[in-house]
Design a protein around this ligand. Structure first.
Ligand SMILES: C[S@@+](CC[C@H](N)C(=O)[O-])C[C@H]1O[C@@H](n2cnc3c(N)ncnc32)[C@H](O)[C@@H]1O
Length: 301
């Protein structure tokens, strides 16, 4: 068995001494608490192979929550945490007038779960849709871990003394998902962090992302062919068009509703235009992330 000091020095060469010491401490804590009996040596070896730390230790902080993370579901990012907390302050619904929320491409459930956790009890019924069965299972496990109620049979927006979140397996590219999942539009808030990476950006992603996280969570134009790579079609915008059409044609947004969409840092103009032209939403705002990059398009009628 490799000696711990040898592993720490290999980690140091790979990550630099400061990060290596921190990560080593977190992996040690996780190994001590591991119910699967995963050893520290195994954890460090996986890290040295390039696996993301969060998948190894199994959790990731997200606002006031400590969410479970499992491959291949996307690990929630700090920029998503930042705008979710900002949205929580902006909307802040009251239990006297509970709202409904639809999160498309919900992944781990991080966005609706943090909103459900932050908003006052009884003020929101949230739904999350994702095409990945792994993601939906993880979102359910996260709801349970965070103490957010998952309704079993209730559809529609019931008023209760607690907030609810229902993760549902579905494909948002098939507009019939609204009907087949028995969702009851319109929703007061629509959120989404859809896949938005272009094929060209995908090729330059670090291996820790490309080799471990679900490609369906990343690629913004999943159907684009090699021939179309250099064309204007490779802009990572497919999912914004789908969401805009759902809003314009399926009536999924309440008249005074709000849409919050995470974007790639160069996509604000395109996504704003798509929401205006195809979603028929006139009021567009762009939020920056803490690193001063355009990160969210907010759209209202
Ligand atoms: C960028 S990840 C976002 C996950 C999570 N909301 C977050 O912020 O961490 C995009 C998610 O979209 C899901 N997805 C991809 N195509 C989809 C589709 N056609 N219908 C529904 N979900 C889809 C992926 O499975 C993935 O979980």
């Amino acid at each position: 068995m490799p000696r711990i000091s040898h592993l720490l020095s290999s980690l140091s060469s790979a990550l630099g001494p400061a990060s290596a010491r921190l990560e080593f401490k977190w992996m040690k804590q996780a190994a001590e608490q591991s119910d699967k009996g995963t050893s520290l040596v195994e954890m460090v070896e996986r890290r040295l192979c390039g696996e993301p730390l969060q998948y190894i230790i199994g959790t990731q902080p997200f606002g006031s929550l400590e969410l479970l993370v499992r491959p291949p579901t996307l690990i929630p990012r700090p920029e998503t945490e930042d705008w979710t907390l900002r949205l929580a302050e902006l909307v802040d619904p009251s239990p006297d007038r509970p709202i409904s929320l639809l999160d498309m491409c919900t992944g781990s459930g991080c966005i609706p779960l943090l909103l459900c956790h932050t908003w006052r009890p009884g003020s929101v019924n949230a739904y999350g849709v994702d095409i990945s069965a792994d993601a939906i299972k993880l979102a359910r496990d996260n709801a349970e871990r965070c103490g957010i109620h998952v309704p079993t049979v209730t559809y529609g927006h019931s008023s209760s003394s607690f907030n609810t979140f229902k993760p549902l397996l579905g494909n948002i590219r098939d507009a019939s998902f609204i009907h087949s999942l028995k969702l009851k539009p319109p929703f007061n808030v629509i959120t989404s962090n859809p896949p938005y990476i272009t094929r060209r950006e995908f090729k330059d992603l670090p291996p820790s992302v490309r080799d471990y996280e679900d490609h369906r969570a990343l690629l913004g134009d999943p159907d684009i062919s090699e021939d179309e790579l250099s064309s204007h079609l490779d802009k990572g915008l497919t999912f914004y068009r789908i969401i805009a059409r759902l809003i314009a044609n399926q009536g999924i947004l309440a008249d005074d509703g709000i849409v919050a969409l995470e974007i790639g840092s160069t996509q604000a103009n395109d996504v704003g235009r798509i929401m205006q032209r195809e979603g028929r939403l006139n009021r567009i705002d762009v939020w920056k992330d803490p690193w001063d990059k355009d990160r969210v398009v907010l759209a209202r009628r």
